[in-house]
Design a protein around this ligand. Structure first.
Ligand SMILES: [Fe+2]
Length: 424
């Protein structure tokens, strides 16, 4: 285990196993999904988060101190984005080298993460004989780094594991560094990857994918342009709300997801309009972090359930499709989680005193719609070329998603037809 890190101005959070699922079989978790609403509190759940989390403005400058706990030769996985252009990445590489840590760089993550990128990073990691991987960037770079760290100790090709082959042992330690406030991938146990050969986008998931450590530094997000701030922030808000109202929600995740909704709710528009506002950037990055902690335990809901086929088929960025669908999924699900959605409204700053639960819940939908419009999220799928006659094919691809059954109103094909028609 890594030694404790005690640095001035930096907070270290270490969370371990909280609850064991002792009575899952007795309660029948699988059947819970189809018979309960998000407002039931008697389901037995597990909360697990083994990732060491380091937060604080400027904490990225301590990367060598963190990485030294895990190895002596590291592979950076990143894109060609602003971090590289600004020189921050070169600075980190030279800090590591000064600390005696060898570095190699795979910087070809571009767009949505693919199996080819993971395979290339794995090949480089093996060639350079690294013993720790660092993923730095948005969700794409972090997911490629996460999968590469897990897979470079395994035999065979990356594709086999994406198709379901089990990992036979631990991967390399993985350190994640988010530069967007969006996916929460820095603390989650999955990597969303696209197999271009098969045209399939899906998650690899498992305990061995949890990062060993996450360095969460809001300063890295200050230079993000408004469009990326908007779509990554829409994803973070969607994840926070879908986790909060999910059938898989539980007391620990409620605390995390609820606070995520509050932080993102008060700062998303400000971060979009005034990118240099460090307080807004901090709210957004810590909000997406908390949402990640929650959702890796609860899973998500309807918007995420249908996001992959829409994103892959129509080249809609993940955050955009989530932000576009979120108000529609909330509206459709409202009656199945009135109390939770009313809490969402309060967390988003709505004064709900004097309102009925239904009226308060409806306010959550209104506020989210208004926020999405203020940050320039598109409001119609038809703008991306989605046609009514395409919906059946999209729905066929979406229906196996576990997120649909985790929505407060479990969603089947007929439900998706209604939601997607409203979103057209
Ligand atoms: Fe997402």
């Amino acid at each position: 285990m890594p030694r404790a890190l005690l640095l001035p101005g930096i907070t270290l959070v270490r969370l371990g196993v909280c609850v064991l699922l002792a009575l899952v079989l007795q309660f029948g978790l699988a059947t819970e999904v189809s018979t309960t609403t998000a407002e039931r509190t008697d389901a037995v759940r597990q909360f697990y988060l083994p990732t060491r989390v380091i937060t604080g403005l400027g904490c990225f400058s301590r990367i060598a101190e963190v990485v030294r706990d895990y190895g002596e030769r590291t592979l950076f996985v990143c894109g060609q984005g602003s971090l590289r252009r600004s020189g921050a990445l070169d600075q980190a590489v030279s800090d590591l080298q000064r600390a005696g840590i060898g570095t190699a760089v795979y910087d070809a993550v571009d767009g949505e993460p693919t199996l080819n990128m993971v395979q290339a990073a794995v090949d480089l990691a093996r060639q350079e004989e690294v013993d720790v991987v660092i993923g730095i960037g948005g969700g794409s770079a972090m997911d490629v780094g996460k999968a590469a760290a897990a897979l470079c100790t395994q035999e065979g090709r990356v594709q086999e594991y994406h198709r379901g082959r089990s990992l036979s042992g631990p991967g390399l330690p993985y350190v994640s560094v988010p530069t967007t406030a969006g996916t929460g991938s820095e603390v989650t146990n999955n990597a969303v990857l696209t197999d271009l050969e098969r045209g399939v986008k899906k998650s690899m998931r498992g305990e061995r994918l949890f990062p060993a450590a996450a360095l969460v530094d809001p300063r890295l997000t200050v230079s993000l342009p408004p469009d990326i701030t908007a779509r990554s922030g829409a994803d973070a808000l969607c994840q926070a709300i879908e986790s909060f109202v999910a059938i898989g929600a539980q007391p620990p995740s409620d605390g995390l997801a609820g606070e995520a909704i509050r932080l993102i709710g008060r700062s998303l528009v400000r971060a979009y309009e005034q990118g240099s506002d460090v307080d807004a950037r901090s709210d957004m990055l810590y909000g997406s972090l908390l949402a990640g902690m929650a959702m890796t335990n609860t899973r998500l809901g309807g918007a995420h359930g249908v996001a992959s086929p829409l994103g892959l088929g129509y080249h809609i960025p993940h955050g955009v499709v989530c932000g576009l669908l979120l108000p529609h999924v909330m509206e459709y699900s409202l009656e199945h989680g009135l109390a939770k959605y009313a809490k969402v409204a309060r967390l988003l700053g709505v004064e709900t005193q004097g309102l009925s639960a239904r009226e308060a819940a409806q306010q959550a939908v209104i506020v989210v719609s208004r926020m999405m419009s203020r940050i320039g999220m598109p409001s119609h799928l038809s703008g991306f070329g989605v046609k009514r006659e395409d919906l059946a094919g999209i729905i066929d691809q979406a229906v196996p998603s576990a997120n649909l059954k985790n929505n407060p109103r479990p969603l089947g094909a007929e439900d998706l037809q209604i939601i997607l028609e409203r979103a057209l």
